[in-house]
Design a protein. Structure first.
Length: 202
């Protein structure tokens, strides 16, 4: 299984030492059973969200690789995409927002793309029949309920609490917000998972 752990600057506060602790704690519980990819979020502005600095992403990228993890990011604008493409990445992530899907057309051919979508939308979104483009189900509520995920649940961005959705559907591609017990901020709610919780499936 491929696990994508979303680490946002709302959680790290652009503190390199904190993201280092987050990754070190992950490494302690990781048995190597599953592939784990670390994912940041890159944007120039997004409401109350804390902008991840390029320097902080670079630290997260470099330290992830030091521990043996691939690292990439969700991008929310063309400038952030251009910055991300300077790195060797497993894919580019596009968030669950149809207003951002145009960014897929800006990504060079051959680079893998994962985009999040509601269960019932974007099934035939134009042009997205490429083998390098993967749609995963995402319910844009925090927390979401397990019964909201009704189809396409083998590839899922999980905004529910705990591991209930994971255990029910056993997805092959599973994205989840990641935090520590003492994490605070917009992305450290009950839908985010801690190393202690991850231990059960790793």
């Amino acid at each position: 299984m491929r696990i994508i752990l979303d680490i946002s600057s709302n959680t790290t506060k652009n503190d390199d030492d904190y993201v280092k602790i987050m990754l070190d704690e992950l490494k302690k519980v990781d048995t190597g059973k599953h592939e784990i990819i670390i994912k940041g979020q890159l944007f120039q502005e997004a409401g109350k969200n804390i902008v991840m600095t390029h320097e902080h992403f670079d630290f997260m990228y470099q330290y992830s690789h030091k521990l043996g993890y691939d690292c990439t990011a969700s991008v929310f604008d063309k400038e952030s995409l251009a910055f991300l493409l300077k790195y060797e990445i497993p894919f580019v992530k596009i968030a669950n927002n149809p207003d951002l899907y145009w960014l897929i057309d800006e990504i060079p051919r051959g680079i893998r793309v994962i985009f999040s979508s509601h269960v019932n939308d974007a099934n035939n979104y134009y042009g997205y029949c490429s083998p390098t483009i993967t749609k995963i189900v995402s319910i844009p509520e925090y927390p979401a309920k397990v019964d909201q995920y009704t189809t396409y649940t083998k590839w899922v961005s999980d905004h529910t609490e705990g591991l209930a959705l994971f255990k029910l559907h056993e997805p092959s591609l599973w994205e989840k917000h990641y935090k520590l017990k003492d994490s605070t901020g917009l992305d450290a709610g009950t839908w985010a998972i801690t190393p202690e919780e991850l231990r059960e499936i790793l």
